[in-house]
Ligand binder design. Structure first.
Ligand code: OSB
Ligand code: MG
Length: 368
């Protein structure tokens, strides 16, 4: 295939309610949407999960735009691409910038799935037609609010509750949550808010029978996580520290994690995400698909990826309506009783509503 035209748009969508992590609060979601057109007119979409500031990792919406415009798009435009799994080889000379790479690679996968008349899930080798999801709850103003918020999502059927923690919002919060919901699958995500010196505090979390604790230590660490895991009963799940299959192999060999969170953008695209999935499957490491407060495009890619067989733990891809008054795809992503049906039609299996996309567009630029 040959990509002849690309459009990048900066979209801003208002979140229904603010989302707070240990690194900051989101009220709006600013992100890049990439539209690519193949020679035969087929259109594919990719979403960048980079935020507008470098809190989660070093990439931002603007650095992604720069990388795409100056380096990545010129490597793809009007060049013959034999298969979407070759895109990250084409990008190999460019270091890191995984979220930028993933934005373009995702659109190429979408085009390929449509041209071969299969769902994106099937194109990736997915086998599950219904995937389980949980919900990620940000840091709240009070524990009472957290408990009532969690109760609402549990009643909606979400398969597990993930709670953001940070120093001062951790042990007592998790104790109260466990007391209120003795039979619910619960986990905590620290987004790198602790260090190895906090080991005695982190060990107290073992008491609450959590499914896992996600990324307790530094965002670039796999050494201290291995030391911590030896002292903890609760499995550690790595998010921020995993950027590639190689990172995964090293973390698994060191014993830094018992579970891996796969985010397509963080690892540079669907091809690398699938490789990590396959490696973890061979090594009995369960995986789940993380979320980045995506719009419908990113959400649809997450659903397709989650259809692979080793996604045995509920992901973070909740219903569109948990985040947005109106999403940019139709139908919206719907989790009913905590499960999403994987679309079977060709490509991402959802239709992009161009009018809605335009209404959220802050700026755009064409490349051809
Ligand atoms: O660490 O998984 C994370 C949101 C923003 C940045 C990082 C993370 C998150 C979430 C929310 O946990 C996941 C979602 O609902 O999309
Ligand atoms: Mg996380």
């Amino acid at each position: 295939m040959k990509i002849t035209d690309i459009t990048i748009r900066h979209l801003r969508m208002k979140l229904k309610s603010p989302f707070t992590t240990s690194f900051g609060t989101f009220t709006d979601k600013d992100f890049l949407l990439l539209e690519a057109k193949e020679e035969d007119g087929t259109v594919g979409w990719g979403e960048s999960v980079a935020f507008n500031a470098p809190w989660y990792n070093e990439e931002t919406l603007q650095t992604n735009w720069h990388m795409l415009e100056e380096f990545l798009i010129p490597l793809i435009l009007d060049k013959e691409i034999s298969h979407p799994n070759k895109v990250n080889e084409i990008f190999a000379a460019i270091r890191k910038n995984n979220m930028a790479k993933s934005t373009l690679e995702g659109a190429v996968w979408d085009i390929y799935a449509q041209q071969t008349n299969q769902s994106l899930a099937s194109a990736l080798g997915g086998t599950n037609d219904r995937v389980e999801v949980g919900i990620s709850i940000g840091i709240q103003d009070s524990v009472d609010t957290l408990v009532s918020t969690a109760r609402g999502f549990i009643n909606e059927g979400y398969k597990r509750i993930k709670v953001k923690i940070k120093p001062g919002w951790d042990i007592d919060v998790m104790r109260t949550l466990r007391k209120n919901f003795p039979d619910t699958e619960i986990m905590a995500d620290a987004n790198s808010a602790y260090r190895l010196k906090d080991i005695d505090l982190l060990k107290q979390l073992d008491e609450f029978d959590l499914m896992m604790i996600e990324q307790p230590l530094a965002s670039d660490d796999i050494i201290d996580h291995a030391r911590l895991q030896k002292e903890l009963q609760t499995p550690i799940c790595l998010d921020e520290s995993i950027h590639s299959l190689e990172d995964t192999r090293k973390a698994v060999e060191l014993g830094s994690a018992g579970i891996i969170n796969i985010k397509i953008g963080r690892v540079g695209g669907l091809t690398e995400a699938k490789k990590i999935h396959d490696y973890c499957q061979q090594h009995d490491i369960p995986v789940w698909c993380g979320g980045m407060l995506e719009s419908g495009i990113g959400r649809s890619h997450n659903v397709a990826l989650t259809s692979l067989p080793n996604f045995t733990l509920p992901g973070d891809t909740a219903s569109s309506s948990r985040y947005w008054e109106k999403d940019i795809i139709e139908p919206e992503v719907i989790a009913d009783d905590g499960c999403i049906n994987v679309p079977e039609s060709a490509g991402i299996g959802y239709t992009v509503n161009r009018e809605t996309v335009e209404s959220f567009t802050v700026s755009k630029k064409d490349y051809s």
